[in-house]
Design a protein around this ligand. Structure first.
Ligand SMILES: C[S@@+](CC[C@H](N)C(=O)[O-])C[C@H]1O[C@@H](n2cnc3c(N)ncnc32)[C@H](O)[C@@H]1O
Length: 630
């Protein structure tokens, strides 16, 4: 499969103003923006393609898609014993038989004047040079058409080839016309002739046998998207819309490397043009971001300390007071003295959002149901200023090691780590003021980080995972104290954009637990969740949940929903027994050695070694001898 991973420079995450500006875009604006961005891409791509095809075939200096098609068609014609049409031969023949050096000079001058055609001009020069390359033998045949030939021979050859030549010239003219049309298309002045966008069956089978031409596939995807956006006016009358969609999906699989199943699932979330933006964004890793640990430092001080070490950074945006985006760094960001001292944690910007929505308050009792490796737990703990109690649970014991390490490093002293299948809550313990369920998911929002998702996720996953998520969400709801004076809140989040794992799960919870309602997340950014999707209708309040996409906010794909519990249910556990269980849990943890008296203390001696080492490393990287410095 010919997948292609871009290495584009990352965009900055948007500021609040940008977010708001985006939000207030009307549909028309965003549509026109999308189209123009595709136009630009198309334009660039055409230039790129010109070069690629020339290199590949060494015979189509003006290598547009049409040129390629003609070459392919020629092959087919050869197979049918039709006159050979060889563009290289044609160009050379033209050069000698119809040579007019003055005309050629004029042409060259014209081409020099026209900056837009510069690439093509370069290619023609290369082409001409190649025709006489003695080393490679390329252009040997050209001698047949050398000026040294006597007139008779030329005439003979001329007669024999006249028919083929005139055909070739016609085709060259057609190529030029096509290029002119293409330029107009790119300039948005003409609609594409949709008739030749979709390949014929023959062309398709030929394509299947060849190495995928990614640039040509990309161009076709853009063309098909344009047709799909205005099918009535631009679609080929003899082709159905679904034929275009099928072609586009096949091309998406080839170009980006998705399984047909996942490509279609993700494609269906968006308009064709937006789907392309989504797939493109998944080819780029999101920016590196860190969260200031306000238990230990302030963002301003942290930023200053890191800048002094050669880290290039800036605040993420107005919606967070603790996030910093790292552009580049002369030191490993995961091993600076500030990192080791727990002044920050490497954390994706999207991962802040569920905690902001949870809005934990001081002295509350909070459950983080699926918490490893602890990015959100430690943020909750910091917002609570180490007061109250945070139960950090995860079913995977191995993962609780990194959870514990992060809790230690960041100095979270109000945290209890536990290792249950969260479906056992509230039997384990209930009566919480707030519960966060950052659910295990398929990861379709984080493909930029984990490309394996493109091929590893199957239909079964999108049945099994939502099933678990629904069970977990009911447990989360039942673990909350509806009489909490300060809370009674449940936040559900995933790093998946699949409707089955998002809207369908919260809609299910609303139906199964009428004692909860969805409320505004309080988040300043995010798109409204779906209230209907491919024939499925969800509760209207589902629109209060928020969706995040890599192509809209340059954050991981994410989903956040916030519930408030309005009344008890027979499945709840009461708060009194919860306190007893909390005491028992603390005792158990003490006995098992998961927590101990100095649970959240900072091991100064232990860390001193690492801090010194990191300092030395930093100096060495700057070319300073650490010993000389002493
Ligand atoms: C998305 S990750 C959590 C990330 C974490 N909230 C953070 O911010 O660092 C999902 C977690 O759910 C855990 N998990 C999976 N099934 C679970 C279950 N039945 N009960 C509790 N945790 C579970 C996984 O081990 C995994 O650590």
């Amino acid at each position: 499969m010919g997948s292609r991973r871009h290495k584009n420079k990352q965009r900055d995450p948007p500021t609040l103003e940008e977010f708001q500006a985006k939000k207030s875009y009307n549909k028309k604006d965003s549509k026109s923006k999308r189209v123009s961005s595709h136009d630009d891409k198309n334009k660039n791509d055409t230039k790129k393609r010109t070069r690629t095809e020339y290199t590949e075939t060494s015979e189509a200096p003006k290598g547009t898609k049409k040129s390629k098609k003609v070459v392919e068609k020629d092959t087919a014609e050869n197979e049918d014993d039709l006159p050979e049409v060889d563009l290289k031969e044609l160009a050379n023949a033209k050069k000698t038989l119809f040579d007019d050096s003055e005309e050629e000079e004029e042409e060259e001058e014209e081409e020099e004047v026209d900056q837009d055609l510069q690439d093509e001009f370069d290619l023609e020069q290369e082409y001409e040079n190649e025709s006489f390359d003695e080393d490679t033998g390329a252009g040997k045949k050209d001698n047949t058409w050398s000026d040294d030939e006597d007139e008779e021979a030329i005439e003979e050859l001329n007669a024999a080839n006249m028919e083929a030549l005139s055909q070739k010239l016609d085709e060259e003219q057609a190529l030029e016309d096509e290029e002119a049309e293409q330029e107009l298309l790119e300039a948005g002045k003409l609609q594409p002739r949709a008739t030749d966008i979709l390949p014929t069956e023959e062309q398709q089978s030929l394509e299947e046998q060849m190495q995928p031409d990614l640039t040509a596939i990309r161009t076709r995807m853009i063309e098909v998207v344009k047709v799909l956006e205005d099918f009535k006016n631009m679609g080929d009358q003899s082709r159905s819309r679904s034929e275009y969609v099928d072609r586009l999906l096949k091309d998406i699989c080839k170009y980006f490397g998705y399984t047909p199943f996942l490509a279609e699932k993700l494609f269906n979330l968006f308009s064709p043009a937006e789907a392309m933006e989504f797939f493109e964004a998944n080819e780029i890793a999101r920016p590196i971001t860190i969260r200031t640990n306000t238990l230990k430092t302030r963002r301003r001080d942290l930023a200053q300390a890191l800048v002094n070490r050669g880290v290039n950074l800036q605040p993420i945006g107005n919606w967070t007071k603790v996030g910093l985006q790292i552009f580049d760094s002369q030191v490993p960001v995961g091993a600076t003295p500030e990192y080791l001292a727990g002044n920050y944690i490497l954390q994706a910007a999207s991962s802040f959002l569920p905690v902001v929505a949870l809005d934990p308050q001081e002295n509350e009792r909070v459950l983080d149901m699926a918490s490893a490796p602890g990015g959100k737990t430690t943020y909750i703990s910091a917002l609570m200023k180490n007061t109250g109690c945070v139960f950090a649970n995860d079913a995977n014991k191995a993962r609780t090691k990194s959870l514990i390490a992060n809790i230690h490093r960041l100095g979270c002293s109000n945290t209890i780590v536990c290792n249950y299948d969260a479906r056992e809550f509230p039997k384990v313990i209930g009566g919480f003021d707030r519960v966060l369920l950052d659910a295990p998911c398929s990861g379709t929002g984080v493909i930029g980080k984990d490309q394996s998702v493109k091929v590893s996720r199957t239909e079964k996953d999108f049945m099994q995972i939502p099933h678990l998520q629904k069970q977990l969400l009911l447990s989360a709801i039942d673990s909350v104290d509806c009489n909490s004076k300060t809370g009674g809140v449940i936040v559900y989040s995933t790093c998946s954009v699949a409707v089955e794992e998002d809207e369908a799960v919260i809609d299910y919870a609303l139906r199964k637990r009428p004692n909860v309602k969805l409320v505004d997340t309080g988040l300043q950014i995010g798109k409204e969740a779906f209230t209907s999707f491919r024939g499925k209708k969800f509760h209207p309040s589902v629109s209060l949940a928020r969706r995040y996409y890599p192509h809209t906010y340059n954050v991981d794909g994410f989903f956040v929903a916030k519930f408030v519990k309005t009344g008890p249910s027979k499945f709840d556990d009461n708060k009194a027994s919860a306190y007893e269980k909390e005491a028992a849990a603390r005792q158990e943890a003490l006995e098992e050695g998961i927590i101990h008296d100095d649970f959240a203390s900072f091991e100064e001696d232990e860390d001193e070694k690492y801090i010194t080492k990191a300092k030395k490393h930093g100096l060495l990287k700057k070319g300073v001898n650490p010993k000389a410095k002493k």
